[in-house]
Design a protein around this ligand. Structure first.
Ligand code: ADP
Ligand code: MG
Length: 624
């Protein structure tokens, strides 16, 4: 009998095609994988399932009409979503800082002096230390002429602040080398007659004085109290190649904490309220103390209130349930730093602000697996059965990994949720579903690198980065160097690139390899290592990880080039065997649920019994 096990996930749909006879072991013919169409658990999934079935059939000599039975998993009724809110902002009340990174500043070094408009240079006396401000209506040749004649008179011009993108043009025409910062769009808001410092670093390096609070203190002769106040400026300037800091009498840069609101966690054991400001660690501990979450609410009228309402309303639209019926079953908070425009800045300066990302998991009480089954039966002519708890099926499939044995724990690393299941020797099964997985890693990468492009974030998650030092040479993030016979695309020159299987893709802006790598690994760590511990603590006997012997990783993120390594490093001290599954010795971490459906059906069909019996779940229904 030709049967197909089908796993409809948030992200991917997988098929295992097999011949099951009552007298012999199931014979697997083919597997297939495709993107899930529509939201998991809705009839919109059917086109994806049909495509996946055809893909599996191709090359087997069988057609969909030969299919006798389709087994669908009883999809875990959880859907994950992610949101992010910033909880701090940097505000400049009087312009004191120009920390932007023009592509091509001019000159080099550090200059300190009073700001003076170019048109008033003739008022400067010989020996006076000034920083000349060049508005956009003056072109570079005029500007350089006037600067040169001031030099002739002995005016000690220390640096220049230029509105247009002309720093290099001016630098090439003036008699002395001074640092020049350009592309300062709001140059007319630069306060005049004030002490200022301009710093430009060598190409490829970043500034060292103005990115250091004590450096700024030295330049301006600040008191310890004042030094404390300018610390956010210094922090915002770290990594820049050029910067301007202006000391104004009442100028102020403040870091404001945004009242982000509090989270109400309604759990099995307790209901707790916690301020988002408390940070991810404290929120996680609160979630632990509440016991399994029944729901979570955000304080109305605050950021976190808005955030959870958005999740709820999106889920209510998608699942066709009223907002009130949407219950948040788990949250994963992650502290992040995002790049945001400085309020009151002069040149679109960016500053790193604190933000909290939240992954939420929602129980959808009305998955229409029955409707999917009816539709599939109609389209294929096969009998369709829904049965088999997803996690149990995944365990069944994962057990086909060579070397895996009971007691076995699986970690299913998907897109929207991280799921764990433990099957003990006694047949007892514990299951847990947690918010936060691959999608959240993408969200964090996207926000921390200011990409505003989730697809690019997905590529950064999946592949290592490198730098094209010259058109014949690629330096990988691990320091390896690859040479090319043919020159690379000139567009890649001096760029940080994602090293994809099908080629190189340049990243926007001037992101360094180190920055991308650090952000990527931290995102994976804070999502997957955190969830590994949360999940295994929940399913392990008495929460004791040392009592786990085998942990097998399944799901798309188990294919990641570094996540399995991070998890296994984190678990090293517990003496457990951790590794990526190899379902049926051939599928890697993929196809566990689909395979499990077929196997558990075959197990439950002893000689002579009717094949229409529902697959028997593994013994002992210990759902957590
Ligand atoms: P679901 O069961 O929720 O449909 P999957 O098990 O298919 O999810 O996992 C999807 C996740 O796996 C996504 O976050 C995706 O980015 C990630 N993923 C898929 N393939 C790879 C790969 N080759 N390397 C790294 N991550 C991958
Ligand atoms: Mg899955």
């Amino acid at each position: 009998m030709l049967i197909a096990g089908i796993d409809i996930g948030n992200c991917t749909t997988e098929v295992a095609l097999a011949i099951v006879e009552r007298t012999s072991e199931p014979r697997f013919l083919a597997s297939a994988i495709t993107g899930t169409t529509g939201i998991k658990g809705t009839v919109d999934n059917v086109p994806g399932v049909m495509e996946c079935l055809s893909m599996a059939m191709a090359g087997t000599g069988k057609g969909i009409s030969d299919l006798e039975l389709i087994l669908l998993n009883d999809a875990t009724p959880v859907i994950g979503d992610v949101a992010m809110e910033t909880i701090s902002e940097t505000i400049i009340t009087e312009s004191t800082m120009i920390g932007h990174n023009p592509a091509t500043p001019g000159g080099i070094g550090l200059g300190v002096g009073k700001t003076l408009l170019l048109g008033r240079l003739d008022e400067a006396y010989a020996g006076e230390q000034v920083i000349v401000v060049v508005p956009g209506h003056i072109d570079f040749s005029q500007a350089s002429d006037q600067i040169n004649s001031a030099f002739q008179r002995g005016v000690a011009i220390q640096a220049a602040i230029v509105q247009k993108d002309e720093a290099v043009l001016i630098a090439n025409r003036i008699q002395r080398t001074i640092p020049i910062v350009d592309e300062v769009s709001l140059v007319d808001r630069v306060p005049l007659g004030m002490l200022a410092a301009v710093e430009v670093a060598d190409p490829g390096r970043s500034i060292s004085t103005l990115s250091n609070p004590y450096g700024i203190a030295t330049v301006f002769g600040l008191t310890p109290e004042e030094t404390k106040n300018i610390a956010p400026i210094a922090r915002a300037l770290i990594g820049n190649r050029s910067a301007v800091v202006i000391k104004t009498p009442s100028g102020d840069v403040r870091e404001r904490r945004i009242p982000a609101g509090s989270l109400m966690l309604i759990g099995e054991r307790a209901t707790l309220e916690i301020d988002l400001q408390a940070g991810a660690q404290a929120i996680l501990q609160a979630i632990e103390r509440t016991g399994r979450l029944r729901d979570a609410k955000g304080e109305p009228g605050t950021n976190v209130g808005g955030m959870l309402e958005r999740v709820r309303s999106m889920m209510s639209n998608l699942t066709d349930q009223p907002m009130e019926a949407i219950r948040i079953q788990d949250l994963l908070p992650v502290d992040t730093l995002v790049q945001q425009a400085v309020v009151g800045g002069l040149a679109g300066e960016l500053s790193s602000e604190n933000a909290v990302a939240l992954a939420a998991m929602v129980a959808s009480s009305r998955l229409s697996m029955g409707r999917i089954a009816d539709r599939l039966a109609k389209e294929t002519g096969a009998q369709v059965q829904v049965g088999g708890v997803e996690a149990h099926m995944a365990l069944h499939g994962a057990l086909t990994t060579p070397g895996a044995d009971l007691p076995l724990a699986i970690l299913d690393l998907g897109a929207g949720s991280t799921d764990a299941a433990l099957a003990g020797k006694d047949g007892q099964i514990n299951v847990i579903h947690l918010a936060g997985a691959g999608d959240m890693v993408n969200l964090i990468i996207d926000a921390e690198l200011a990409l505003d492009d989730r697809n690019l974030a997905e590529e950064i998650k999946r592949f290592p980065v490198g730098r094209v030092d010259n058109l014949f040479l690629l330096r990988g993030e691990d320091g390896t160097v690859r040479f090319f016979e043919e020159p690379l695309d000139p567009k890649l020159f001096a760029r940080t690139v994602v090293i994809k299987e099908e080629g190189l893709a340049a990243l926007p802006g001037n992101l360094s390899i180190e920055k991308v790598r650090t952000v990527r690994r931290k995102a994976k760590d804070r999502v997957f290592v955190t969830n590994t511990f949360r999940a295994l603590n929940a399913v392990a006997p008495a929460g004791n990880l040392r009592l786990l012997s085998n942990v097998v990783l399944v799901g798309g993120c188990a294919l990641d080039f570094e996540i399995p390594g991070m998890i296994s490093d984190a678990l090293a001290e517990y003496g457990v065997v951790v590794g990526t599954a190899n379902v049926r010795s051939s599928e890697g971490p993929r196809n566990a649920v689909a395979t499990g459906l077929v196997l558990s059906y075959a197990d439950s069909t002893p000689l002579g019994s009717s094949p229409s019996v529902l697959p028997r779940p593994l013994a002992g229904e210990g759902q957590r």
